[in-house]
Design a protein around this ligand. Structure first.
Ligand SMILES: [Zn+2]
Length: 380
């Protein structure tokens, strides 16, 4: 990571750069703040900067040290994070290094901005106890008892130090208090309150504030090409948290796709042309089961909003934007005769798709039935 990969936090970066260049960097620091404030990215960028041989305002990205630190493969740049497995006995022996490929991939994909939920999913820890165990502390102590591989700096980044139990922490206390020369620790936490007091008392604290709205907005524009209106809107909702901003953006994109699918499906079913309906079913079957399940939920909400709108209760219609504009035209077709059968079809489609039915067959049957519901009610 480079400092230029960090969103905002200029004051904190200037402080770190200055402390390195003046040789006054604290030997152990806790970087504290929500995941979306950038703590891990800052720690990784600072580590690269420390190692870089041709640094200026940022690490150079082209010296041999940069080559290794930016790909997280430098032998003197150690990463420790909570791990776990199904059985307690094998968990005890697990080390972060066993999960390095997944961790590297996650950092590459997200630029270091990920939530603990994203992390657990990537490392495969959804239902397992994620911990930094004694074996990890012992391994680190062994490494630290040797001199640095490349004879220069050594940097240790501990992600989620609050996942250390007391036994692990006790083993590391002395090392963190008096590390070997040219050794720096960065402990990156989202829950400063849960870090053991014995660890906290040996570290300097760098507290990250929420990101500024304009920093999030401009990153949304440069990284994802969003318009300034859309970026400002998302930045406002993100409350200074980049991870939340990305989630809102992804959700917005999915909602747009749901809207387009719903509008074209309703038009096709209303027209009742079988060939077009089969074409739709074939194409939609490639969207994936998870998408189709969420699409069914979205559609049921659209039908409910259309029904209350058709009853003249427009204040109960909770949709907005282009969803609302469509519902205002579509509402007359969702009445007391059609609403229940339509909602039922979407619910059954969701159930059948998620039960691993052949999506293409499920969707053609579903769309034909929806079309029949419209045509039967047209005759009345
Ligand atoms: Zn460099």
């Amino acid at each position: 990571m480079f400092f230029k990969d960090v969103i905002g936090q200029r004051q904190q970066l200037d402080y770190l750069i200055d402390s390195i260049n003046s040789g006054r960097i604290a030997h152990a620091q806790i970087i504290s703040g929500q995941a979306g404030y950038g703590g891990l990215t800052i720690a990784l960028a600072t580590a690269s900067y420390i190692f870089c041989r041709q640094k200026s305002e940022d690490s150079c990205g082209s010296c041999p040290e940069c080559y290794k630190t930016h790909s997280l493969q430098h032998p003197d740049f150690l990463l420790i994070f909570p791990v776990g497995s199904d059985s307690a006995s094998s968990s005890d022996k697990l080390l972060s290094v066993d999960f390095m490929p997944e961790f590297r991939e996650l950092v590459t994909e997200t630029g270091g901005y990920f939530t603990f939920e994203d992390y657990k999913l990537k490392i495969g820890l959804e239902k397992k106890q994620a911990q930094i165990r004694v074996a990890e502390a012992e391994s680190l102590l062994r490494t630290m008892s040797l001199s640095a591989f490349q004879g220069g700096w050594r940097v240790v980044v501990i992600y989620q130090p609050e996942k250390m139990n007391a036994e692990t922490a006790n083993k590391l206390l002395k090392l963190i208090e008096e590390p070997p020369l040219k050794t720096v620790f960065f402990l990156v936490t989202e829950q400063y309150g849960s870090v053991l007091p014995t660890i906290k008392s040996r570290c300097q604290l760098l507290r990250l504030p929420p990101l500024k709205m304009e920093d999030i907005s401009s990153a949304l524009q440069t990284r994802f090409g969003l318009s300034s209106e859309k970026s400002d809107e998302i930045a406002h909702l993100s409350r200074g948290n980049w991870c939340r901003a990305v989630q809102i953006k992804d959700n917005n994109e999915a909602m747009k796709e749901f809207h387009n699918q719903f509008v074209s499906l309703m038009r096709l079913c209303w027209k009742g042309n079988f060939v077009d309906i089969f074409d739709w079913a074939n194409e939609a079957s490639s969207l994936g089961r998870e998408f189709l399940g969420r699409f069914a939920d979205y559609s049921i909400q659209m039908l409910r909003d259309s029904y209350v709108q058709s009853l003249g209760e427009s204040e109960l219609n909770l949709s907005f934007g282009e969803d609302r504009a469509f519902i205002e035209k579509f509402a007359p077709f969702v009445n007391e005769n059609t609403v229940e059968p339509l909602v039922n079809e979407f619910s059954m489609m969701k159930r059948d798709v998620l039960m691993n039915g052949n999506s293409s067959i499920v969707l053609s049957h579903f769309a034909l039935t929806v079309s029949k519901i419209f045509s039967m009610n047209r005759k009345k």
